[in-house]
Design a protein. Structure first.
Length: 277
C-alpha cells in the first residue's frame, strides 16, 4: 500500500499543476515511490520532493519521473517550463508591464523585453546550455547570451538571432514573425541613426556596418525600405555587381572621422538606454 501524499502548499499555480500531473501519473501506475525510483534511476525522496516541494524541481528529475510512469515527456517538459516561468515572475514580484508579442515589437526596448520573456518561458536555461543548443562554434557565445537575457544587448545579426531562438527551443514554424520583429526593431533604431547622421550616401555604408546584413542574399525588401528611394537604388546596384561590395563606405569617405565619432555616440546612447531598462 502506497504512503499517503503530503498536501501541495506551493503558491505557484503552474508548479501546483505540474505536481498534480506527476501525482496523477504515479497513481495511474499504482506504484509507490520506492518502486518508481528503480525505473526512474532517482532516489525515492527526490521523486517525492518533485511532487511536493515548494520549488520547481530540476528538469531531468521531472523527465525521469515521467519516463518511469510511461507518461509523455513532452507534456512533462511543457508543464515544467510553465512552472519555471511562473517561478521567475514571482521572484521579481510580478511583471508591471507584460512583454510585447512579436507583432507589436517596435524598437530595441520592446525586442529586449520580448527576448527575456522568451528565455524565461524556455525555463531560464543556463548560458552554457544555450550555447550548446544554438549549434556551431560561436553561434551564440555564453557571454552574448548573458548580455541578452540581462537586457544589455540584442542579437546583432540574423544568424545570432536565429541561434538565440534555437537556444530557447522556439519551434521554427514561429521564427518568421520573430525575424520580422527583429528586422522592424533594427529598422526603427537605424532610422533614428539616419536622422542623426544624415541620409546622404548611406546605401553602400549600410551594407557593411549595419548588423542586419550578413550576406547580400539576406537583404529583404522590408530592410531596404529603411533607406530613401535613391539609396535603395544604390544598394540594388551594388548587389547586382559581381564580386565583393566595395569596402570604403561612401558616407565615411566623404565625411571622415567626424561621421564615425557621431555614429559611435549614437550607438553608445542606445546602449545606455537599454541598460537603464
Amino acid at each position: 500500500m502506497c504512503r499517503r501524499e503530503k498536501p501541495i502548499t506551493t503558491s505557484n499555480k503552474a508548479l501546483r499543476e505540474l505536481q498534480e500531473w506527476l501525482r496523477g501519473q504515479r497513481a495511474r501506475t499504482g506504484q509507490g515511490y520506492r518502486a518508481l525510483s528503480v525505473r526512474a534511476g532517482c532516489h525515492a525522496t527526490t521523486l517525492q520532493r518533485a511532487a511536493t516541494g515548494e520549488t520547481v524541481p530540476k528538469l531531468p528529475t521531472v523527465l525521469s519521473y515521467a519516463r518511469a510512469c510511461d507518461a509523455s515527456p513532452d507534456e512533462a517538459r511543457h508543464l515544467w517550463k510553465r512552472a519555471r516561468y511562473e517561478e521567475s515572475r514571482l521572484v521579481r514580484g510580478g511583471r508591471s508591464r507584460p512583454a510585447p508579442r512579436p507583432e507589436f515589437i517596435r524598437d530595441f526596448v520592446d525586442l529586449s523585453a520580448a527576448l527575456v520573456d522568451l528565455y524565461e518561458k524556455a525555463g531560464s536555461p543556463a548560458q552554457r546550455t544555450m550555447e550548446q543548443r544554438a549549434g556551431g562554434y560561436g553561434a551564440l557565445p555564453r557571454s552574448t547570451a548573458h548580455r541578452i537575457v540581462n537586457k544589455r544587448a540584442v542579437p546583432h545579426t540574423l544568424a545570432q538571432f536565429r541561434a538565440y531562438l534555437r537556444a530557447c527551443e522556439l519551434p521554427e514554424a514561429d521564427w518568421a514573425r520573430w525575424e520580422a520583429a527583429w528586422t522592424r526593431a533594427w529598422r526603427y533604431e537605424k532610422r533614428d541613426d539616419f536622422d542623426s547622421l544624415g541620409a546622404y550616401g548611406l546605401g553602400p555604408r549600410i551594407l557593411h556596418e549595419s548588423p542586419w546584413f550578413e550576406t547580400p542574399e539576406s537583404i529583404t525588401q522590408e530592410m531596404l525600405e529603411v533607406l530613401p528611394k535613391h539609396e535603395q537604388a544604390d544598394v540594388k546596384i551594388h548587389l547586382q555587381r559581381p564580386g565583393p561590395i566595395p569596402r570604403v563606405p561612401v558616407f565615411q569617405a566623404k565625411h571622415g572621422d567626424s561621421a564615425r565619432r557621431l555614429q559611435q555616440h549614437v550607438r553608445r546612447k542606445r546602449q545606455r538606454q537599454l541598460e537603464r531598462e
